[in-house]
Design a protein around this ligand. Structure first.
Ligand code: ASP
Ligand code: MG
Length: 434
């Protein structure tokens, strides 16, 4: 008997019909002879609606009360799901995060899981029940308060449950078929990947791919949990995310792998695009020690998440240089204002705030052992007349910042250039991937 953890996102339980579909799927898994533990998100846009409500009554709601409010979204879906399973003739028991033993830090709105003590879940499983757990929430032992894990936190709940219960697989269901080589809405010839390494998945997720949350993938990698990202709407296999040293599940199934084994993995696994960033350029910074430190001391005070940073050798005016960096669009106006306010002290000439940018990243573990990977990217962009504004690299990633209107065209060109195109257009769902 296997133990399977299944996570259903908000779009999979958006209304009564969807909840029934999900319940049936859970029951099918149970009927096939598995123990089933489910982590569920709030229905549809419930979390956003609750957030709007809170802001309508208070300009900045107390974090403790906000977590009380937001955690209720998942309680609604967990109870409805359990009831639906009952009506299909199966036993199911729902649990809040704290009942499930999801112990977290005390940080409201962004708590991290520090321990999972699933005593009640084990009891329920031993009684033969299907277990339903409210995603996205936990409990802090010191404050004795309910916490939430941050947006999209149900993925992390599911992976943490899978780790604590030593599950065979953690299936993450959404409205897309799995992990694609790029977003099929932008690149129609994107292909669904059968497997991807956790390290590649982390880079893709950190650079704009939305199917899985970074924290969940990190948790899975650390605790050796096998993730299977798949669709609620089909029974097709999705994509397995493999941590280091984990066996390829296709082998266990006795699949013919002769065309995979012994062949080298493609150098590039996928292309990610990100429209959420803006770029700030500090023009004419004095080219002396301490300039960057002075700027980023200011920037860090705002709590902004800086992504790329580029400093030119020297700008047009001697003794000066330009420093550009990218950060989330919504944080850029405040940071620009902050720097502008210290214009004289920082001694720069001017400030340019550009939010018409997009980032394209090419990710592949094979980059470690292959040369010329970046040249393919630059060639594809140049032959399409696309200008590069910034470049950054990691061991397994090359990212470029482009004008936002060039992003889609660039993604298609680069996808083709790395030989990632499939033979047919991918099915595109109206969904969000959540
Ligand atoms: N309901 C929460 C959110 O919308 C958690 C989740 O969906 O994973 O962010
Ligand atoms: Mg949600």
């Amino acid at each position: 008997m296997a133990l399977i953890v299944q996570k259903f996102g908000g779009s999979s339980v958006a209304d009564a019909e969807s909840i029934k579909r999900v319940a049936k799927r859970i029951v099918d898994t149970r009927r096939a002879g598995n123990d089933v533990v489910v982590a569920v998100s709030a229905m549809g846009d419930t979390t956003d609606e609750l957030l709007d409500l809170s802001r309508a009554v208070a300009p900045s709601p107390a974090p403790r009360e906000l977590d009380m409010l937001l955690s209720s979204g998942e309680r609604i879906s967990m109870a409805l799901l359990a009831m639906t399973i009952h009506s299909l003739g199966y036993e199911a028991r729902s649990f809040t995060g704290s009942q499930a033993g999801m112990i977290t830090t005390a940080d409201h709105g962004s708590a991290r899981i520090v321990d999972v003590t699933p005593v009640r879940l084990r009891e329920a499983l031993d009684d033969g029940a299907i277990v339903i757990v409210a995603g996205f929430q936990g409990f802090n032992r010191d404050t004795r308060d309910i916490t939430t894990l941050g947006r999209g936190g149900s993925d992390t709940t599911a992976v943490a449950l899978a780790a604590a219960l030593d599950a065979d697989v953690c299936e993450i269901y959404s409205d897309v078929d799995g992990i694609f080589t790029c977003d099929p809405r932008v690149v129609p010839l994107s292909r669904k990947l059968e497997v991807i390494s956790a390290e590649e998945m982390l880079e893709l997720a950190a650079n704009g791919a939305k199917v899985l949350y970074i924290r969940a993938v990190e948790y899975a990698r650390r605790h050796k949990v096998l993730i299977h990202a798949r669709s609620t709407f089909t029974s097709n296999e999705g994509t397995y995310v493999l941590g280091e040293g984990m066996a390829d599940p296709r082998l266990a199934k006795g699949e013919d792998m002769s065309d995979v084994i012994g062949k080298e993995e493609p150098v590039v696994a996928g292309v990610a695009i990100d429209r959420s960033q803006a770029k700030i350029t500090v023009v004419g910074v004095p080219d002396v020690p301490g300039s960057a430190a002075a700027i980023f001391t200011r920037v860090s005070k705002s709590g902004a998440n800086i992504d790329m940073i580029v400093q030119n050798v020297q700008s047009a005016s001697p003794g000066h240089t330009d420093i550009s960096f990218t950060l989330p669009k919504e944080q850029a106006p405040e940071v620009a204002k902050l720097l502008q306010a210290e214009h004289t002290e920082l001694g720069f000439q001017s400030l340019v705030h550009d939010d018409q940018i997009g980032k394209l990243s090419v990710v592949g573990a094979g980059m470690r052992s292959h040369s010329g990977v970046s040249l393919t990217l630059f060639d594809a962009l140049s032959s399409n007349g696309i200008n590069i504004e910034m470049i950054s690299t990691s061991e397994i990633r090359i990212s470029v910042v482009l004008g936002d209107t060039d992003l889609d065209k660039a993604a298609r060109a680069v996808h083709t250039a790395y030989g990632l195109d499939g033979d047919v257009e991918a099915t595109v769902y109206a969904g969000t991937g959540r």
